[in-house]
Design a protein around this ligand. Structure first.
Ligand code: FES
Ligand code: FES
Length: 168
């Protein structure tokens, strides 16, 4: 056993664990963060996805001792009680069916939009590849991501219009 320090959702935690323990187990069992899910346990389905320093990472196969960056879990998406735009779009598009995969879908989508805020349809498909859903919610996931992209573009347009009017 050894004490490992983890930065999760902006807070630092110390856990006394076997360093080989997969990060997913530590998040769920030691820190009580139940957003990331155990699906395949083999790095193949994406249900356990978290974001580490901007990258979507499968936590079921990642030894906790190998983690050095800032971890964001599903619980870290909402800020001050306000849902992340992706979470709101998930609701607006009624995305989930059974819901089991949706942590992985949301976290993969967040990492995608953080690195590319205006992805094309092809880039969304490519960015979401490998986040598996047995309920086939892929079309609604795609629509939700497009909704966020479209809302962000509209907000930018309105913001630019306001500034132009203010200058007139
Ligand atoms: S549970 Fe980690 S990829 Fe499936
Ligand atoms: S919503 Fe059921 S597995 Fe994706």
């Amino acid at each position: 056993m050894s004490v490992i320090s983890l930065s999760v959702n902006g807070a630092v935690h110390e856990v006394d664990i076997d360093p080989a323990t997969p990060l997913l187990y530590v998040l769920r069992n030691d820190l009580g963060l139940r957003g990331p899910r155990f699906g395949c346990g083999l790095g193949q389905c994406g249900a356990c996805t978290v974001i580490i320093d901007g990258a979507a990472v499968r936590s079921c196969q990642l030894p906790t001792a190998a983690v050095s960056g800032n971890i964001t879990t599903l619980e870290g998406l909402a800020q001050n009680g306000i849902l992340h735009p992706l979470q709101q779009a998930w609701i607006d598009e009624q995305v989930p069916q059974c819901g089991y995969c949706q942590n992985g879908q949301l976290m993969t989508a967040k990492a995608l939009l953080d690195r590319n805020p205006s992805p094309t349809d092809a880039e969304i498909r490519e960015g979401m590849e490998g986040a598996l859903c047995r309920c086939m919610t892929y079309y609604r996931i795609h629509a939700a991501i497009k909704r966020v992209v479209s809302n962000a573009a509209t907000a930018l347009f309105i913001d630019a219009s306001d500034k132009t009017e203010a200058q007139v």
